[in-house]
Design a protein around this ligand. Structure first.
Ligand code: MG
Length: 330
């Protein structure tokens, strides 16, 4: 009697094994223009003509950071790329290479890993053309985890830090404010059934509120505007991960100044408090022409912390949907 081993081997990470899975993922990954030696050797080699390298890392864990019921594997690859590319851009650098480490449950379909790779590729190609995956690792875990370390090139420019804002500077933002948080609020209120994340409910939401849901699940931060801001003389910059109010205070604290936002220019509480937009918040010298994509939303003043229309804004802000959420659920 012969056994057709092929048909009995499930097409999962555990079924085919790490090497076979990697073999199928590699061709789908984006290649990096600055890559000298790519995946396949013990380490990658990346060109750094600037002689400095910008490095950042960001981790996404199922539970606290995403829900499989809401995010497709493609979305996860895209978002993991986007959040890391955004941190590189926030230094005024151009993203070059990404190193991707994934730990996934044994029963993860290889097709899901391929879809993560597709999201990585199209995210890099769309948001930061020329950037790509130069290496990584694949392992097994009970909790799907995606860790990316991203590298960037300053191209001879000084890095734009959080500490350079000066009194009189114009505060400007490129990208959306509050849209990603609106998407998350919708998912937590209408994308659940019996309190649990639900794929069908999320799919319905995505057709009703495509912009907000996309901003949360598949964000498109203005990566190229980081370099544009640096060229435009930005004195400080960061990307908005925890919300405008919280992140503006970070610039105020690092720079030893106050940031006074215009409520009319910002919008409302959602725009002020909502996180995960990965928009770029920067300050520019008074009278400077703002780079395309940036709009003025306030002024740097003497003092400290965040002000709105000249009045101290001390509320923490930021709706924290994960507070109290059972990380083991879903
Ligand atoms: Mg950041």
């Amino acid at each position: 009697m012969t056994i057709d081993r092929e048909s009995e081997t499930p097409d999962t990470l555990g079924g085919v094994g790490e090497l076979a899975a990697l073999k199928r993922i590699f061709p789908r990954l984006p290649s990096a223009a600055a890559e000298l030696i790519g995946p396949g050797d013990d380490s990658a080699v990346l060109a750094t003509p600037d002689k400095r390298v910008v490095i950042t890392t960001d981790m996404m864990i199922h539970g606290p950071d995403f829900r499989m019921a809401w995010s497709s594997p493609y979305d996860l690859g895209w978002k993991a790329a986007a959040t890391n590319l955004s941190d590189v851009a926030a230094m005024g650098a151009v993203p070059t290479g990404l190193v991707v480490a994934i730990a996934a449950p044994n029963d993860t379909p290889v097709s899901s890993l391929e879809a993560i790779a597709d999201g990585l590729r199209e995210g890099c190609e769309s948001l930061a053309p020329g950037s790509g995956v130069i290496g990584g690792d694949l392992s097994v875990s009970t909790v799907l985890t995606i860790v990316i370390t991203a590298f960037g090139d300053l191209e001879g420019r000084a890095p734009v830090l959080r500490s350079g804002a000066r009194v009189g500077d114009v505060i400007a933002v490129s990208g959306t404010l509050g849209l990603a948080a609106e998407g998350l609020r919708l998912l937590f209120t209408e994308g659940v059934v019996d309190g649990e994340p639900d794929a069908a409910a999320a799919a319905t939401l995505a057709t009703q509120h495509p912009d907000a849901i996309a901003a949360q699940l598949r964000p498109a931060p203005p990566i190229a505007d980081g370099k544009a801001a640096a060229l435009g003389g930005a004195t400080s910059m960061l990307d908005l991960s925890d919300g405008l109010a919280i992140d503006a205070r970070r610039i105020a604290t690092a720079s030893g100044v106050g940031l006074d936002l215009s409520s009319e220019a910002v919008g409302g509480r959602v725009q002020l408090d909502g996180g995960e937009d990965h928009s770029l918040l920067a300050t520019f010298p008074e009278g400077a022409t703002l780079p395309a994509g940036f709009r003025a939303i306030g002024r740097v003043v003497e003092g400290e912390g965040l002000l709105v229309d000249g009045v101290a804004y001390t509320e923490r802000g930021g709706w924290d949907p994960y507070a109290g959420w059972d990380g083991a659920a879903g």
